[in-house]
Design a protein around this ligand. Structure first.
Ligand SMILES: C[S@@+](CC[C@H](N)C(=O)[O-])C[C@H]1O[C@@H](n2cnc3c(N)ncnc32)[C@H](O)[C@@H]1O
Length: 241
């Protein structure tokens, strides 16, 4: 695993060290949520797997921005033509787990422990698919747009991000998440409260039209919505030229 110097700037109120500490602390709760499919990882990563299997027939290089423990990505990529996997995440604990999970892939694996904003601003390795799952929303609009531009050189790009409903504001979206407490029965009250406070501090969802417009502004010729989570808190978008 390569460990780069952490650089701040991901979320407005947190520096990279704070963000890393926060995600390390919430890792266990997040794994429970994924295990219970409360955020619809099965559907989202199943969709990613289908798209990669059907559309990426030649060997491809896959960049997983904010890969976390990469368990879902590993399952989605297993059996595809992936020839190189790159993962970036601030959480060293997550990357330890990722290096285990990714052993199911036969290709070279490169994990970088650093801020993805900084990593993408100086990214030079050619990649064919860039995937961002539930992480771009931590940036402010200008940061989101800059990141889109930074990865525009990649031929194909997909993101899965929290999305506002038409006419909804951030506070209403956060309240909608809070109303999901019953569905999140797998996590304790403390874990749910920690998620809520993390989201109120660091999550900045955008309306669907803003996510697609940011893709066009970054230079992509096409932007398409592929999936809406059944609880309607987030969506998957695909950008390509
Ligand atoms: C909600 S998890 C998403 C994990 C996975 N991509 C998924 O789809 O489930 C968010 C991940 O983003 C990472 N993260 C958040 N901000 C980051 C940043 N600025 N640079 C690198 N990783 C970051 C966290 O450490 C965490 O592993």
């Amino acid at each position: 695993m390569r460990t780069d110097q952490n650089v701040g700037g991901s979320a407005p109120s947190l520096d990279a060290d704070d963000t890393q500490a926060l995600f390390n602390k919430q890792l266990a709760a997040y794994q429970k949520i994924v295990g219970e499919n409360l955020m619809f990882h099965r559907e989202v990563y199943g969709l990613l797997r289908n798209v990669l299997s059907q559309q990426m027939l030649k060997p491809f290089r896959f960049l997983d921005i904010a890969c976390g423990d990469a368990a879902a990505s590993a399952a989605a990529l297993k059996g595809t033509s992936v020839e190189h996997y790159y993962g970036i995440d601030l959480s060293a604990q997550s990357l330890e787990l990722a290096s285990e999970a990714l052993k199911v892939l036969a290709c070279p694996i490169e994990l970088r422990c650093c801020d993805f904003v900084e990593a993408m601003s100086e990214w030079t390795v050619p990649v064919d698919v860039v995937w961002i799952g539930m992480s771009l929303h931590h940036l402010q609009p200008e940061g989101k747009a800059r990141l889109m531009r930074d990865v525009h050189d990649a031929l194909n790009r997909r993101i899965w991000e929290p999305t506002l409903l038409e006419g909804e504001n951030r506070a209403e979206w956060l309240d909608r998440f809070s109303a999901c407490r019953v569905a999140f029965a797998a996590v304790t009250d403390d874990e749910f409260a920690a998620m809520e406070s993390h989201m109120r501090l660091a999550d900045f969802p955008e309306p669907a039209e803003t996510w697609t417009a940011m893709g066009y502004q970054a230079g992509f010729a096409n932007a398409e919505q592929l999936f809406i989570m059944p609880n309607r808190l987030g969506r998957v978008f695909k950008y390509w030229n």
